[in-house]
Design a protein around this ligand. Structure first.
Ligand SMILES: [Fe+2]
Length: 286
């Protein structure tokens, strides 16, 4: 598999934002201090139009990574070859630093549930997902990143923890990891585990990127709505993650209730203020 993404030489992009259509023009006009953007792949898997117009202009000025929601790597349906073809074409256009999707399934029997469903943490599922990740990586010609999703249910079949499951797939498929810090906080609260155990259980060298986001608590469970500023418990777990994993590309992921760009820039500065000194100290000590 030809690939410049190795576990020995992890690229570091700095502090980025998820690119949202509300901010296209303002980013072009203001050229704000954002190190890189993550784009939602599916928004640009189209023929022409405004999104591609802005994408090409912004790509000239900012490094980018691609993030998808439709790979459905855990499904028992065959891999969607048409989707993969479009994903590869977009990657050829964007030349992203990497491509990511979620460790989940989004449907079965050709029915899309439009949700990121967790998997049972079993040996059978590890084999199944790892085999499919390898197929995707061979087709794209590069390693992909898999993101941990938040969950509200567990399967009685699960024999290991979520982090052991994620780590086993990453090792067996030889893929990389996108750690969503908010999703760890949400799942830790819903399933009553220690989020530090999660961080300590993940292979450090495979963690390539963080998502920082907000969630909503409905009185019973936490839901990863991504429509709120990053809360204090996510910031504090982020600081712990940076201590453990060192220099890892960090971004704010806001999917709903999109605020003015200035608000996200201030949140990004907060991430920088927390993460950069720890990363610098770790690098100096290494
Ligand atoms: Fe995320």
């Amino acid at each position: 598999m030809p690939d410049n993404l190795t576990i020995e030489n992890r690229p570091y992009l700095g502090f980025g934002l998820g690119l949202r259509p509300d901010h296209y023009q303002e980013v072009l006009d203001r050229k704000p201090n954002i190190d890189w953007f993550e784009i939602l792949s599916e928004n640009y898997m189209v023929e022409g139009g405004k999104p591609l117009h802005y994408l090409d202009k912004l790509r000239e000025q900012y490094p980018m990574v691609m993030h998808g929601v439709s790979l459905s790597i855990g499904s028992t349906d065959p891999l969607n070859r048409d989707y993969l073809k479009k994903l590869k074409e977009l990657a050829e256009r964007v030349q992203p630093h990497w491509v990511s999707d979620h460790l989940c399934w989004t449907g079965v029997d050709q029915t899309n549930l439009h949700d990121l469903m967790p998997l049972p943490y079993t040996e059978e599922a590890i084999d199944h997902v790892a085999d499919r990740v390898r197929q995707v990586q061979d087709y794209l010609g590069q390693r992909i990143l898999l993101e941990n999703v938040s969950s509200y249910v567990t399967y009685s079949e699960s024999a290991i923890s979520e982090w052991e499951f994620l780590s086993a797939i990453a090792e067996r498929a030889d893929c990389l990891i996108l750690l969503d810090i908010n999703n760890i906080v949400v799942s830790a609260g819903n399933h009553d585990f220690d989020p530090i155990d999660y961080l300590e259980g993940v292979p450090s060298e495979r963690v390539y990127q963080y998502h920082l986001a907000g969630h909503t608590f409905n009185g019973e469970i936490a839901i990863d709505t991504h429509d709120q500023p990053v809360p204090e418990n996510v910031w504090s777990l982020y600081a712990q993650a940076v201590k453990r994993f060192g220099q890892v590309s960090t971004m704010i992921e806001r999917d709903d209730n999109i605020p003015p760009l200035q608000e996200l820039l201030e949140e990004l500065e907060h991430a920088r203020a927390i993460g950069q000194p720890i990363m610098d100290a770790e690098t100096a000590a290494a």
